[in-house]
Design a binder for this molecule. Structure first.
Ligand code: DGY
Length: 432
């Protein structure tokens, strides 16, 4: 509807900060990595120049080793306005960037997918936009390749061809029950946390946010990774958390497929073939390492223990994004999605689990970005009716409740931040 479209455009106007988009003005007052990708996908319809600017700002902060930081700090935002802020992360200077410009961890590599989406839509805005899109795509391509190389080499901690995340924040699914077992082995230092102030609790409802126990472990993992300057050499031996996530790795494989399309468009056919090969290898590794025959779904693997987490989370459904997922596994994932544990729109966690929490972040609520990815998977495998049902359900949810960060999985009530950029941006894509 025009009303939803216009309100989404207003959110994106309000959250634009000159050369990047903030996810939300109060709760997230810097630039976030995977947010920028989802945001670009929606901005492509209303302001492609800003979509490219946002991606460029993010990749200007890329590290020499290829990692794209999960937050690029806005120097105009005070340390006190976000925790943990630039001084806590204390990353070294690199390239022409001053010290403390970003965090040292990553987020799911959605950016090649986003760049290709923005590029595809730019032509509709006329010749100047098409020219701009070409220039930006050429600038981004080698940087996107370096991002993938970092994740598939530096982060191949399990030596099986998958990227490990070394902090729950890297998954983007921060307090998902998928990490509960692995996090139980991370020391929780509440005394350390008590020396700081959780800024998120000043600006949002504590019942919607991760707990202090979660935060004490989050902060401890930053301290552990920070100790060796965020180096990945020998990391497994000195760092308590390393997990292979099915959602992160499905995005990693999908990014290789998007890079194949980008390389093809840029006339790099040998590179395109290499990207397709790597997508196939990552897909095979996801199936080998993360599929559980017994539960009929995918689970996160703790690299330290070799165990798959028992939790049934939305991350286990995201391999549906992979075009080469074998038909029997597609069927199994669809059965799981249609079961009483999930249903459309898909909640972040098994509705029947005793600890399903309708309010708390990634432990139950419905998120638009993962549902957008699920819809992509449904379309990929030809489930047109369900894809359309899901699209309608998402549009209705946002129209009725507003551009919230996440939503109550039964009532639809908006939770978390009220004017959240990716919800607005993806609404534009769903309406377009
Ligand atoms: C937050 O601040 O809650 C973010 O999710 C961390 O990246």
């Amino acid at each position: 509807s025009a009303e939803l479209w216009n309100s989404a455009v207003r959110v994106l106007d309000t959250n634009w900060a000159g050369d990047h988009m903030v996810p939300s003005r109060r709760l997230y007052p810097h630039q976030w990595s995977w947010d920028a990708a989802f945001i670009a996908i929606g901005l492509a319809y209303v302001n492609p120049t800003r979509a490219w600017r946002d991606l460029r700002s993010l990749f200007e902060a890329q590290w020499p080793d290829g990692r794209v930081p999960h937050i690029v700090f806005d120097p105009a935002t005070a340390e006190a306005d976000y925790f943990p802020g630039p001084a806590f992360w204390d990353v070294p200077a690199y390239g022409n960037r001053p010290a403390r410009g970003s965090t040292g961890i990553v987020q799911p590599p959605m950016h090649a997918i986003a760049a290709w989406e923005v590029y595809r839509h730019a032509a509709a805005h006329g010749a100047a936009c098409a020219q701009e899109a070409r220039t930006e795509l050429e600038w981004l391509y080698p940087r996107l390749v370096a991002q993938q190389r970092y994740l598939t080499t530096g982060r191949n901690l399990g030596r099986a061809g998958l990227a490990s995340i070394v902090h729950p924040w890297e998954s983007g699914l921060d307090n998902s029950p998928a990490w509960d077992e692995a996090m139980a082995n991370v020391p929780a230092d509440l005394a350390l946390l008590s020396r700081y102030r959780r800024r998120d609790l000043d600006v949002s409802d504590a019942a919607h946010r991760p707990t202090d126990l979660d935060y004490s472990r989050y902060v401890g993992l930053v301290v552990s990774y920070r100790a060796e300057g965020y180096s990945d050499a020998g990391l497994l031996d000195r760092h308590a958390f390393a997990v292979e996530c099915p959602a992160f790795n499905s995005i990693l494989a999908s990014a290789e497929l998007a890079l194949a399309q980008i390389a093809g468009e840029l006339g790099l056919s040998a590179e395109a073939a290499g990207h397709r090969d790597r997508a196939g290898q990552i897909t095979a590794a996801i199936i080998r390492r993360l599929w559980n025959e017994r539960t009929g779904t995918f689970h996160a693997r703790d690299v330290h223990t070799g165990k798959l987490t028992p939790a049934n989370c939305v991350s286990g459904l995201l391999p549906l994004m992979l075009p080469d997922l074998p038909a029997d596994l597609v069927r199994a994932v669809m059965d799981e999605m249609r079961s009483e544990r999930f249903g459309l729109p898909v909640p972040s966690y098994d509705r029947t689990a005793p600890d399903f929490d309708t309010m708390r972040y990634w432990r139950g609520p419905v998120w638009i970005n993962v549902n957008w990815l699920i819809r992509r998977g449904l379309l990929m495998h030809g489930f047109r009716d369900e894809a359309e049902d899901l699209r309608t359900a998402m549009v209705r949810l946002v129209h009725r409740n507003g551009h919230f960060e996440y939503f109550h999985p039964t009532s639809g009530e908006g939770l978390g931040a009220p004017t959240f950029s990716w919800t607005a941006a993806l609404s534009l894509d769903l309406l377009a």
